[in-house]
Design a protein around this ligand. Structure first.
Ligand SMILES: Cc1cc2nc3c(=O)[nH]c(=O)nc-3n(C[C@H](O)[C@H](O)[C@H](O)COP(=O)(O)OP(=O)(O)OC[C@H]3O[C@@H](n4cnc5c(N)ncnc54)[C@H](O)[C@@H]3O)c2cc1C
Length: 378
């Protein structure tokens, strides 16, 4: 190693790895959890570029969702029915795995339901979506084992205190989690099993050999028998042939709001915009569709065009009666591709990847981690 590591550090901390995982997001840590649960003797290290995870897993909105009607209609424009069905199943089963791995209490899972809302000016669009409810209930029913998933519930609108919303589709099986608590629980679970997480450790290059993976990092070189790339949006930086491109998501959160009537996870505009309550605050994010080109970036940043549109929706539609302060803003980066399906595969001898969560990695991440772990021949 190029640093001043002692013999002891090199022997105990930095060598002898069976598997090295690149990226400490939900996918990388779930892969570590799955490997350690199956084979407790494995020595596993996770190399993370950020001080905290710097991708999406600690930055997201915490929707435990599997698709709003308009979002699914949109996905059917890109993928065939069987492909979209497979994705929905991944999301649902992924959420079940997340809840089983960590427990509902640790991740603050609450099933307040999901609501897709439409403004008065969007009645034709709402009609198109409402007409598709029977189709999607039939498609999704066997996948998630529940009847009547989506239903119109316009009487709910009056309870929410929103302005200008005239149509609402309710999904009673959707939930929400506390993203920070989820990741903290995952980190402590894998560390409790003996997995080492190295932060501020950016992999710069992977030298993949027949019996050994050498990961060149800013802290020196790490070696293992196998390695897993779990860097999602950043996937193509290390393996350029992967079809993954970034999509930045911007988010804001308000101060606590007295008497907040909104409870649950809300979808607007084909899934591009979303909001929910976090206790008595509103978390609101999205708007990537307003500026696709600028948001196709790995760079952190927030922009006026998107923040102003989020604020407009917040003040004019979501909490129109109240003067509310925005307390905090941030962004995270998602991994998209030409195809909707995530990439979970063996890249070469000893090198595997699980990337491209297409903006739904809270839902499917735990399962993708397990799937990639199961590919490894140990
Ligand atoms: C604003 C926002 C809202 C979202 N809301 C939801 C939601 O409500 N529900 C949902 O299901 N999904 C949501 N998502 C998507 C979800 O958060 C992601 O799909 C998921 O977190 C991806 O997990 P991951 O482990 O694959 O990747 P990440 O969490 O991005 O982790 C990849 C890690 O790799 C690290 N890394 C990158 N390059 C290197 C390198 N060279 N060396 C070492 N480490 C490296 C990064 O720092 C990062 O920590 C949202 C995403 C965003 C940005």
């Amino acid at each position: 190693m190029k640093n001043n590591f002692s013999y002891w550090e090199q022997e105990s901390f930095l060598s002898g790895f069976d598997v090295l995982i690149i990226g400490s997001g939900i996918v990388g840590l779930s892969a570590a959890l799955s490997l350690k649960s199956q084979k407790p003797k494995l020595k596993i290290g996770v190399l993370e570029a950020g001080f905290l995870p710097a991708g999406a897993s600690t930055k997201n909105a915490g929707f435990a969702c599997f698709g709003s009607i308009s979002e699914l209609i949109e996905e059917l424009k890109t993928g065939r029915e069987d492909q979209v069905a497979e994705l929905i199943e991944l999301r649902w089963k992924g959420l079940e795995k997340l809840r089983k791995n960590l427990g509902d209490k640790a991740i603050l899972f609450e099933q307040y339901g999901g609501f897709e809302v439409f403004k008065r000016t969007e009645s034709d669009f709402a009609k198109t979506c409402i007409e598709q409810i029977p189709y999607f209930n039939k498609l999704l029913g066997p996948l998630i084992g529940k009847p009547d998933i989506y239903a119109v519930n316009n009487t709910k609108i009056a309870e929410l205190g929103m302005n200008g919303i005239t149509n609402l589709i309710h999904n009673k099986y959707e939930g929400q989690i506390d993203t920070g608590k989820m990741m903290l629980a995952l980190v402590s679970k894998v560390q409790g099993l003996g997995v080492s997480i190295f932060n501020n450790c950016r992999v710069q290059k992977i030298e993949s050999k027949l019996n050994e993976q050498v990961l060149i990092t800013n802290q020196g070189n790490f070696r293992a028998k196998s390695s897993i790339l779990a860097t999602n949006a950043f996937g193509a930086e290390l393996i350029p042939e992967l079809d993954v491109f970034p999509g930045r998501g911007q988010v804001l959160i308000t101060e606590p709001i007295k008497g907040l009537k909104i409870k649950g996870s809300f979808h607007y505009n084909r899934g591009y915009t979303y909001f929910r309550n976090v206790h008595d605050r509103i978390l609101l994010g999205g708007g990537r569709d307003l500026d696709f080109e600028a948001e196709q970036t790995l760079e952190p940043g927030i922009t006026d065009i998107i923040q102003e549109s989020l604020e407009k929706l917040l003040f004019e539609t979501i909490v129109p009666q109240q003067k509310v302060k925005i307390e905090h803003r941030w962004c995270g980066v998602m991994g998209f591709g030409k195809e909707l399906k995530p990439i979970v595969k063996k890249i070469g001898p000893g090198l595997y990847c699980a990337v491209r969560c297409n903006g739904m990695g809270v839902a499917m991440g735990s399962l993708l981690g397990e799937q990639v772990a199961n590919l490894i021949d140990l």
